[in-house]
Design a protein around this ligand. Structure first.
Ligand code: NG6
Ligand code: CA
Length: 489
């Protein structure tokens, strides 16, 4: 294999970052100088999509090359869920392992742990973790910062766990642990109130989903999450460099998902409250990573892909002022809806590629999906993809490098209820499905309707004018396309 094929690859994956949140995507209110710098030297995609408007299904797709509908467990998971990726399934990190890379994951996982046959024992080795799915090294938190257990898992083990203080976790409605503080029993312990949900355990002054007892030494500090993950990512880069082995790092940031607790130095970094502040912090993390790569003389040998797992939300369950202090900032940019939506705000996300593989820099309108990374990396690495395990992944390598300005003919995404949207050329077609048009608690338009919706994205990026009745033949064609994808093996 030639030396250029052995460039390092880093995926930086933000959590709930919107199409309009970064300077390089048009925001003027949150300073993101490092991502803007990445963008200046890279390629900024304006038609890139996650496969779902929520986390677990998108993460499933980016790592496996399969659409989430192929796995009936690919929905937002509780913190004690079994792993939804089959042990034998080919994955993106496995492609890199086959190509001789050192592979690592740092950050948010949210794809379940253990094989699901019995409850996870958090005090022993956990069978079926990222280590079993292609990652040589793994330092993660199991799900999301708003749900228990609030601990890091390193390899197969909860990090820093005192065996004298075992961890117990429950997702039953009633708290089974009489002696732990809970949201309704101990409001005096809260430093942030919930606006909806997040009212079970209290960990670090914050209400969480699920109950947890014990493991005091292992419990993370929310304000340290960013730096802890960053340091692990830097350490992985340095170790790989010392080994003189090319590396693949999946660095899954926890920002700007709730609860939003920046480190003290980013408190008040923006006028938008904690949501703006943690995006500034996220940007700083990316900057530290870029600086380290530069210091090690690796920047010119590292392909970096930056994206987000789904669209933005302001109030996602805590009274942190994100909604009240948002001002004129448009987290989804010109797009309609946000996280959870079938509208483009749910799934069209920032997507930046930088590094030595680029043929063109600047902006690309190519239509691409995160599900394509699997086939594209297989091509790049010269490794055989196990095609039947990734029927949905298209080789978009030449689009990723900027050579091909067009990308896919079509792609499909899901909203939070698993309703389908297909994007095909300039058309966005939202297939009819049940559900409320507006989610009141998060204040987001869902795009759910029993009427077919068709939008011409060339003229109507904000999806304001439904032209389904004027183009009945297009609607028919779109329905047929969805049917074909769903029936494809
Ligand atoms: C919802 C949570 C929300 C967020 C989401 C998952 C409540 C009321 N809301 O159920 O706060 O955690 O799940 O987000 O609990 S995701 O980005 O990981 O998909
Ligand atoms: Ca998310």
């Amino acid at each position: 294999m030639s030396k250029t094929d052995r460039n390092n690859v880093i995926i930086v994956y933000a959590d709930d970052l919107g199409f309009g949140d970064l300077g390089c995507y048009g925001s003027h209110q949150i300073p993101t100088p490092n991502l803007d710098r990445l963008c200046e030297n890279g390629l900024r995609f304006t038609n890139a999509y996650a496969t779902s408007a929520v986390c677990t299904p998108s993460r499933y797709s980016i790592l496996t090359g399969r659409y989430p509908f192929r796995n009936d467990r690919a929905h937002i998971l509780p913190g004690d869920a079994g792993c939804i990726i089959d042990r034998n399934l080919d994955t993106v990190p496995r492609l890199f392992q086959r190509a001789g890379y050192h592979t690592g994951i740092v950050g948010k996982w949210h794809l379940g742990l253990g094989d699901g046959s019995r409850p996870i024992d958090w005090n022993r080795d956990i069978d079926l973790t990222p280590i079993d799915l292609g990652f040589d090294e793994s330092f993660i938190f199991p799900a999301t910062a708003d749900r228990v257990p609030c601990v890091y898992v390193e390899g197969r083990r909860v990090a820093n766990l005192d065996p004298e203080d075992p961890i117990e976790v429950s997702y039953e409605e009633e708290c089974p642990f009489a002696d732990i503080p809970t949201y309704h029993k101990n409001p005096e312990l809260l430093t942030m109130r919930s606006s909806h949900g997040h009212d079970m355990s209290i960990v670090g002054g914050i209400g969480r989903i699920g109950y947890m007892r014990g493991g005091e030494k292992a419990v993370w500090k929310d304000e340290d999450l960013a730096e802890t993950f960053l340091n692990r990512a830097l350490r992985f880069v340095r170790d790989s460099h010392e080994k003189e082995q090319p590396f693949f790092l999946y660095y899954a940031l926890h920002q700007p998902h709730v609860p939003r607790v920046p480190s003290p130095r980013f408190r008040g970094a923006t006028a938008l409250g904690p949501r703006g502040d943690v995006i500034a912090e996220l940007d700083w993390c990316v900057g530290e990573l870029l600086d380290e790569l530069e210091r090690l003389d690796l920047l010119d040998h590292t392909m970096i892909l930056f994206s987000s797992d789904n669209g933005p939300v302001l109030d996602d369950g805590y009274e942190d002022g994100a909604y009240e202090q948002n001002g004129t900032h448009r987290a989804a940019g010109p797009l309609r809806g946000g996280k959870y939506s079938k509208f483009d705000g749910g799934t069209r996300i920032p997507f930046i590629v930088s590094g030595p593989n680029l043929v063109h820099r600047g902006a690309s309108q190519a239509l691409i999906s995160q599900v394509d990374l699997y086939a594209s990396f297989a091509h790049m690495l010269g490794v055989q993809p196990e095609t039947d395990s990734a029927a949905d992944s298209e080789d978009m390598y030449t689009a990723l490098t900027g050579e091909d300005p067009v990308g896919r003919e079509e792609l499909m995404v899901e909203d939070v209820t698993c309703g389908k949207m297909i994007r095909c050329g300039n058309w966005a077609y939202l297939s009819p499905s049940e559900g409320a048009p507006f989610m009141g608690d998060v204040r987001i338009e869902t795009g759910l309707s029993m009427d077919p919706q068709l939008y011409n994205m060339d003229y109507d990026i904000g999806q304001q004018t439904n032209v389904a009745w004027d183009y009945e033949d297009v609607v028919k064609d779109m329905e047929e396309r969805i049917r074909k994808i769903l029936n494809r093996r």
